[in-house]
Design a protein around this ligand. Structure first.
Ligand code: 6PG
Length: 241
């Protein structure tokens, strides 16, 4: 158990984005130099977009990077709720010289979402190797006020899926949530560097709860306490516990 993880409180949202981009950039450089490739898994949502825009402006070994998504909604790739669309707009990966074969959209919009989850697991295995851990060099996560991270929502089986790399998550119409695909806890636990980006006073209580002991069923983001690698909560002052 790695504990609550490091806490980095930025002065404001702009500094938060710069710090997070810098941490990502350093990890990309190290991985590219050490292993020839840097593999990243990115969350959508609103908080990380400024970080992605900052990262896009940096000089990086872009051709040696490979990009996956942490989760995705069951929407078309041009839908404004699509994590793929929003991340691609912020990061401009193709313009930066990332080969398209190294950009892996999650096809959460397939009718057969279990097949889509299996297909994404095949892509992960093809990249990391069948015998190796699916250990991302950088994983960017956020947290919801209900305690979810990735698409591992409370009161659903998703946080407890251990036998797959990628899981299909049913829609929750009562909460206004569409069906999704998500990386599972075993993948989150193996990341080398995890950045958890949180902003705003409405997140403060849940950031505190996620960093404290307690049940995973209530607060799935507590699984971050079990991550083997380095976990850094990069927060603005309002979200700081
Ligand atoms: C998503 C992510 C989700 C997100 C949190 C925080 O695609 O929305 O799955 O886990 O990181 O809900 O979202 P915000 O950054 O928008 O607060």
């Amino acid at each position: 158990m790695s504990g609550a993880g490091e806490l980095l409180v930025a002065r404001d949202a702009a500094e938060q984005a710069r710090l997070a981009a810098e941490l990502m950039a350093r990890a990309i450089d190290e991985a590219a130099r050490g292993r020839g490739v840097a593999r990243l898994a990115l969350s959508g949502g609103t908080t990380p977009m400024d970080t992605y825009r900052c990262l896009s402006d940096l000089a990086l070994p872009w051709a040696q990077t490979e990009w996956f998504w942490v989760d995705e909604r069951a929407v078309r790739e041009d839908d404004e709720r699509s994590n793929y669309r929003n991340v691609m707009r912020a990061l401009r990966l193709v313009e930066r010289g990332v080969p398209e074969a190294r950009i892996h959209r999650m096809h959460a919009d397939w009718d057969d979402r279990d097949a889509a989850a299996r297909s994404y697991a095949v892509a992960l295995r093809a990249s990391f190797g069948v015998a190796s851990a699916v250990a991302f060099d950088v994983m960017v996560l956020g947290i919801g006020e209900d305690g979810h991270t990735a698409s591992l929502f409370p009161a659903t089986p998703a946080p407890f899926v251990e036998d797959r790399l990628v899981a299909a998550v049913d829609a929750q119409p009562a909460k206004g949530l569409e069906a999704r695909l998500t990386l599972t806890a075993p993948v989150l636990r193996q990341a080398r560097l995890t950045l958890v980006l949180c902003q705003g006073a409405h997140k403060r209580a849940i950031v505190e709860a996620a960093r404290a002991p307690g049940s995973l069923a209530d607060v799935p983001a507590r699984l971050l306490q079990l991550v083997g690698g380095r976990v850094i909560w990069v927060v603005d002052p309002a979200a700081a516990p």
